[in-house]
Design a protein around this ligand. Structure first.
Ligand code: UGA
Length: 429
């Protein structure tokens, strides 16, 4: 099938690469000309293992093409996916401006298209957005009728950054929210050779499934973080407890890695937006209120542990891992940002290192020192904080930490190899 995808970020490009892998022809649309030119040259706009290879493969097969031209993209495709960002506003509510812009451009293009076209939202939007807001925008601008002249669907993405293409190709489920059967049928046809259950439902149920999934996972992480804090006090390894819990199919072993709190562009904003919706509807959101409160406290723990050991003022503190998690260069809402802010507040000299995210963090903190290797960051350091579970940190040994001035190692993510490194303290282990 011919697909157009609005927004060439990690969701949009991963969707395009996944669909191209299944032989569909994809046009990526983005307003950012540099991004468009890079994609056409085979340069992905974000780091993820194997993405450059998948992009090269898709370009070689001529199954992917990027453009800034919405009209061309809509007129030369059967389905348009909307994969633009829906960031939080200052008050925590959702900013739909990118969705509005996309709707306007698609509707203008649909005005002059005679054949049936399906528009599918993949971006995370609050329940009621597709049917209550988005449909009207498209109808008003295009002069066409949803459910007759064009189709409307909402199919949330469940892709983890760092594994987005892999997750797209091997989904646990595919959720298709549909305005009408014809729209859902068009979407389902795309996924016929995917080995995953397909659930068809209403637009607003699909929208809620996305929020509920992220909020539940954030709750699971928060639960294990709090349990970890208690286990640490009692001399119990929370990772062993998690393993024992995870064998229970009702609990499952995933997302039970205790640590320094969750970050990223999804969990914090999605939980906040869902909480705002609870409040708007005058319903209690006690569980999710507690998740946000607990995560804020958890993010502070690692520096508190450090301060109990040394006064960070004037000390060299190595911060290893800046991305919000391993295998990505994304630093949005990374816990490392909170930690660096706190260290700077205490006049520490921060030496930061990340295999992929130094450049992105430099845009936020141009005034700290960035190292090209862990050893460079560790040299003469008075303490080391591990903030992301990059595989290369598992290779570090006592000999690497021997260059430190003072061997204080505090892990925010459990990654160091205990047989190779001694004297590690974890944030909650
Ligand atoms: C999350 C969801 O996992 C995806 O299913 C969803 O599609 C995506 O949001 C989205 O809405 O776009 P992502 O934010 O990429 O994916 O990253 P996760 O792997 O979920 O991690 C989120 C945060 O939780 C990270 O800071 C991570 O370090 C932390 N985490 C995760 C833990 O502290 N412990 C865990 O066991 C798992």
């Amino acid at each position: 099938m011919k697909i157009s995808i609005i927004g060439a970020g990690y969701v949009g490009l991963s969707t395009a690469l996944g669909l191209a892998h299944h032989g569909h022809s994809c046009i990526c649309v983005d307003r950012n000309e540099k991004k468009v030119n890079d994609i056409n040259k085979g340069i992905p706009p974000f780091y993820e293992e194997d993405v450059a290879d998948s992009l090269k493969e898709a370009l070689d097969k001529k199954l992917i093409f990027a453009t800034t031209d919405y009209t061309h993209a809509v007129q030369n495709s059967d389905i348009t996916f909307i994969c633009v960002g829906t960031p939080s506003k200052v008050d925590g509510s959702i900013d739909l401006s990118q969705i509005t812009n996309a709707a306007q451009s698609i509707a203008t293009a649909m005005k002059n298209k005679n054949s049936y076209h399906v528009v599918c939202i993949k971006s995370t939007v609050l329940p009621g957005t597709a049917e209550g807001v988005f449909k009207k925008w498209l109808e008003n601008e295009s002069g066409k009728k949803a459910g007759i002249d064009f189709g409307l669907a909402m199919s949330p993405e469940f892709l983890r950054e760092g594994f987005a293409v892999q997750d797209f190709l091997s989904p646990d489920r595919i959720v298709i929210g549909e305005l009408d059967k014809r729209s859902g049928d068009a979407l389902e046809k795309l996924y016929t050779d995917f080995n995953a259950p397909i659930m068809r439902t209403s637009l607003k149920t699909a929208e809620m499934i996305k929020y509920a999934s992220n909020a539940f996972l954030a709750t699971k992480v928060t639960f294990i973080n709090e349990l970890g804090n208690l286990c640490k006090k009692l001399g119990i390894d929370v990772y062993e407890v998690a393993r024992g819990m995870g064998y229970d199919k009702r609990i499952a072993p995933h997302f039970l890695n205790a640590g320094c709190g969750f970050g990223g562009s999804c969990f914090p904003k999605d939980v906040s937006a869902l909480v705002s919706l609870f409040k708007k509807e005058h319903e209690n959101s006690d569980v999710l209120d507690a998740v946000l409160k607990s995560n804020t406290a958890q993010k502070k723990k690692i520096v508190e542990i450090l301060k109990n050991k040394i006064d960070p003022a004037g000390k060299k503190i190595a911060v290893l891992g800046l991305a919000f998690k391993e295998n990505t260069d994304d630093v949005r809402d990374s816990v490392a940002i909170d930690v660096i802010k706190e260290l700077k507040k205490h006049s520490a000299n921060v030496y930061a290192y990340d295999p992929m995210a130094n450049g992105n963090m430099k845009k936020i903190f141009p005034d700290i020192t960035y190292a090209d290797t862990p050893t460079e960051a560790l040299k003469d350091a008075d303490a080391c904080l591990i903030m992301a579970a990059w595989g290369e940190f598992a290779e570090l040994a006592d000999s690497d930490f021997a260059v430190m001035n003072n061997k204080i190692i505090i892990e925010g993510r459990k990654i160091l190899d205990r047989t190779q490194v001694s004297g590690i303290e974890g944030v909650c282990w």
